[in-house]
Ligand binder design. Structure first.
Ligand SMILES: [Mg+2]
Length: 482
């Protein structure tokens, strides 16, 4: 069982707190540890996309006018300061860099295309998700092919494959009272996750977590957090401890020697007693704590059927560095579910601190939340991009990338650990990183860490794994590979 994402309904609001769907409510939700912030959008008469739930201003402002018959300027006259009605673009800026996605809800299709344009103009496709009316989701799917969509569902019977073919949802979004164990199993068998709304009682939230619901929308995030067994927190604590243990073993090896060094595929492909010792310890711990999961490791192999969640482990990424006295190596451990890394741990080679992340829960180094810096200026000029060799060999296109980056006054760095290179943008090291061939053993942990730090991480159709501090930097590097 994993713990569900906690979605703050209309931000964090209520008696004595911020007003719903305001920037203050969004910030309070992020600060309060919500995994996702849900907001509602409506269109003003002059086409602005504003954060409002109701059709009229009556409930919150005692003003019977309809939003759709009110101009943006008139909307701006309502409330004031922290009670002001924000634009969607302002809400996006409020969550950017926090690692917390914004879930945009809409009850009719008319606002969908304008909202999609705002998200595109804000280059926020990767930090928003979408829910609401089916017709609205259809518009979103057409406008944004990669959008994360929550498909609405209001029948007691679960959907079948044909029901999901058009919207290709990441989540099926359903009133919680309709969800039982069989429903969750049926949706999971089709691929999507299950999102429920609106759950304000701790006991019911605990039950939904128990039967495998993946996302819970609530007006009381803290109450739900306290009620559900936090499997994600348990996983994070265990992988963080393993990263600390691995860092200590690597540190000792650098002081005392690495023992016998052997080679594998070729004389530049090293393995040491340290690699095997760390992998043996991690396997013992994972086997005891997560007996239902598969394990695939760099040194001892392993297999996965692709159905059970699988741990991918590289005890020492950069063993050639370790064997040659270069102090730049990283541990890499990731839990992958249906192809997606959901938990990751690495060791930051600069200082040896553990860096961990879980999908929807942010990224942390030595316990402190990390986030990519704001993008500004040219995405490459004067910056640094990291890559790795393919073993000891430059990969096809390596020299061309080096030359093109040099033409842009951007430095290409090869430090010797693919794990550390790809995690770099999350740690403030360079604007982007890429490795020639994605391998979950070395790279999955860095992908989830960069995503959770608010950066960009993707595997291209060519097999290249690319991470970046911003979409602009990712696109600029991708352009040079074409
Ligand atoms: Mg809503």
């Amino acid at each position: 069982m994993s713990s569900p994402r906690i979605v703050a309904h209309r931000g964090l609001h209520g008696v004595g707190a911020a007003r719903e769907n305001t920037l203050a409510a969004i910030r309070a939700a992020v600060d309060g540890g919500a995994d996702v912030v849900e907001v509602d959008v409506r269109l003003t008469s002059d086409g602005a996309v504003a954060l409002l739930h109701d059709e009229t201003f009556d409930r919150l402002w005692g003003d019977p006018r309809r939003v759709s018959e009110t101009t943006l300027v008139e909307v701006r006259e309502l409330g004031g300061g922290e009670r002001r009605v924000p634009l969607l673009a302002e809400a996006i800026e409020a969550i950017r860099g926090t690692g917390v996605p914004l879930l945009i809800d809409m009850d009719h299709a008319g606002v969908a295309a304008p909202a999609a344009r705002v998200v595109e103009r804000s280059r926020a496709e990767d930090i928003v998700e979408w829910c609401g009316a089916h017709a609205a989701m259809r518009v979103i799917r057409e406008a944004l092919p990669d959008a994360v969509i929550h498909q609405p569902w209001s029948a007691a019977a679960p959907p079948v494959a044909e029901d999901l073919a058009e919207l290709r949802p990441a989540f099926v979004n359903v009133p919680h009272l309709l969800v039982g164990e069989a429903f969750v199993e049926a949706v999971h068998a089709l691929g999507p996750r299950v999102a429920c709304w609106t759950v304000d009682e701790g006991a019911q939230a605990a039950h939904l977590a128990e039967i495998g619901v993946d996302s819970v929308t609530t007006n009381h995030p803290e109450r739900v957090r306290d009620a559900v067994p936090d499997e994600t927190a348990r996983r994070l604590a265990i992988v963080e401890q393993l990263a600390v243990d691995a860092a200590e073993a690597a540190r000792r090896a650098r002081c005392d020697g690495v023992g016998m060094v052997e080679t594998k595929r070729d004389p530049a492909d090293h393995v040491t007693e340290v690699d095997r010792a760390i992998e043996g310890w991690v396997r013992a711990v994972l086997g005891a704590q997560f007996p239902e999961h598969d394990i695939v490791g760099e040194e001892f192999g392993g297999e996965t059927d692709g159905v059970a969640p699988c741990w991918y482990l590289d005890p020492v990424d950069g063993t050639a560095n370790l064997a040659n006295g270069m102090p730049w190596t990283s541990f890499s451990l990731a839990l992958v579910e249906r192809g997606d890394p959901i938990v990751g741990a690495i060791v930051d080679p600069a200082g040896g601190a553990p860096v961990v992340a879980a999908r929807g829960r942010g990224a942390r180094r030595a316990g402190e939340r990390i986030a990519v810096g704001p993008a500004s200026g040219d995405p490459l000029v004067g910056r640094m991009v990291a890559t790795e060799l393919a073993g000891a060999v430059p990969w096809p296109g390596f020299a061309s990338l080096l030359e093109q980056l040099a033409d842009r006054h951007c430095t290409l760095r090869v430090l010797g650990s693919g794990t550390a290179a790809l995690a770099g943008p999350a740690l403030g090291r360079g604007v982007a990183a890429l490795v020639h061939r994605y391998s979950p053993i070395d790279h999955a942990a860095s992908l989830v860490i960069v995503r959770e730090a608010g950066g960009v991480a993707r595997v291209l159709p060519s097999g290249v794994a690319l991470t970046a501090a911003s979409e602009e930097s990712a696109a600029a590097v991708e352009g040079l590979l074409a």
